[in-house]
Design a protein. Structure first.
Length: 321
């Protein structure tokens, strides 16, 4: 009788615990780590998309800005997070670039993370402060040849795509610029508009409003066609520099231990948001284009971009440590 009573108690206890383990995902708020300051393309996209995804998931999504060290601080925070699906990480090309230009990283892109999906593609632009006496990319290069190493260009950080655009332009034009890294896109734009740095390499989404106010002069965009938000600015092909064919991109990753079923759920909600016409229109106005796709497609892009930037590092001799 005592044995039956004990078994009954164990069974009752298991029935009580089982529902806790069977709770559907998600059962609590989620977070998206943004490795850049508020106001940039990564932050804006995360907030717009996160708000939409939260409705489908039935839980709030908190945005956590962790800028610094060329986004390394945010990436490493993502790598330390538990793989339970409650932490997502926004990544830009620096996510794969860092492996080639920095030593002592506490994360490896293809070991510590799994792809959820690409979110946006963003054209970039090269701009100058109005005080600089140049009105085209060719005039900028001519000036740089008379002042080797003197002209500084601001970027969101060392090892970012923007940094690579500057170095690849220098290699192609056989000139030398001075890289001036900031802690994100918004701070670099503010510095350039204030005349603290003469050149700026930024996302079109960040520069378009400032350029329209006349605070900066944009010389070229890094796409084959002119950007819709800046139709007056020549494309890289018109400027005669096909080496600048670089489109910035962003996507969402999760820690590698995250179950595949949860990744599929997050991807489904993400794609649903990216296909929402209101979100598409909102981001398009800011110069960003949604790119909904599968985790496998984003993983393939990451590997392709990793190989591309490995070659660029070798060609330009870039090393940050």
């Amino acid at each position: 009788m005592q044995r039956l009573t004990a078994l009954s108690l164990v069974a009752a206890a298991l029935l009580t615990v089982a529902p806790l383990h069977a709770q559907p995902f998600p059962a609590k708020p989620l977070r998206i780590i943004v490795p850049f300051p508020p106001g940039g393309a990564a932050d804006v996209t995360a907030r717009v998309l996160g708000e939409h995804m939260a409705k489908g998931l039935g839980q709030p999504i908190l945005i956590e800005n962790r800028p610094g060290a060329g986004a390394v601080i945010g990436y490493e925070a993502g790598a330390r997070a538990p793989g339970d699906g409650y932490t997502m990480l926004v990544v830009f090309p620096s996510f794969v670039i860092n492996a080639f230009v920095r030593s002592g990283l506490q994360y490896q892109p293809f070991r510590d993370f799994k792809a959820v999906g690409q979110t946006i593609a963003v054209p970039m632009a090269i701009s100058v402060h109005p005080s600089l006496p140049v009105k085209s990319l060719k005039e900028l290069i001519a000036l740089a040849r008379t002042r080797p190493g003197e002209l500084g260009y601001g970027t969101p950080g060392a090892g970012t795509t923007h940094h690579f655009v500057g170095e690849m332009l220098a290699v192609a034009a056989k000139v030398k610029f001075n890289h001036v890294p900031y802690s994100g896109g918004a701070p670099s734009v503010t510095a350039a508009a204030g005349g603290h740095v003469p050149l700026l390499i930024s996302n079109v989404s960040e520069i378009a409003p400032i350029a329209k106010l006349g605070k900066l002069r944009t010389l070229v965009v890094t796409t084959a066609e002119r950007a819709e938000t800046m139709p007056e600015v020549p494309s890289y092909s018109e400027a005669g520099f096909p080496q600048l064919a670089i489109t910035n991109w962003a996507g969402i990753m999760v820690p590698a231990a995250t179950p595949q079923a949860i990744i599929a759920r997050l991807n489904s909600e993400m794609v649903n948001g990216l296909r929402n016409t209101q979100i598409q229109d909102k981001l398009k106005i800011l110069g960003m284009f949604t790119t909904p796709g599968t985790p496998e497609q984003f993983d393939a892009l990451l590997k392709s971009e990793s190989a591309r930037y490995a070659k660029a590092v070798q060609d330009a001799g870039i090393k940050l440590d």
